[in-house]
Design a protein around this ligand. Sequence first.
Ligand SMILES: [Zn+2]
Length: 122
Amino acid sequence: MECSVCGKSDWKTISQVGDIEIWACQSCGRKESVALARLAPAGVPVFKPVKAVGKWTKKPSISDIKQMKLIFPDVSASDATLLRHFFLGISIDLGVIPDFKIEAARKQAVEAGIHIDFLPLD
Ligand SMILES: [Zn+2]
């Protein structure tokens, strides 16, 4: 970043409040507040795993069942078993997915006629 007064880019951090750092131009003394991009500390996972449990909201077609297995690769039950889950009205264990995939998975699942609940893994 260049100083808007003197055009140099010789900054020194003089204080930090939360995600904002105050920088001072070493050439002319101008102060700027700079928003820091938060980086995850090393060794800390950036997502949480969650358990997905689904229920058919309509009688699934073969392509709905295929779609379910595409969205949730952990699903190992046979197509017949998954269809039976519809008739029995019972939940299907869809496996574990990272939390940042929840929204995309929910959207795709709705299109395939699956209602999903996400449970923390704790
Ligand atoms: Zn300056």
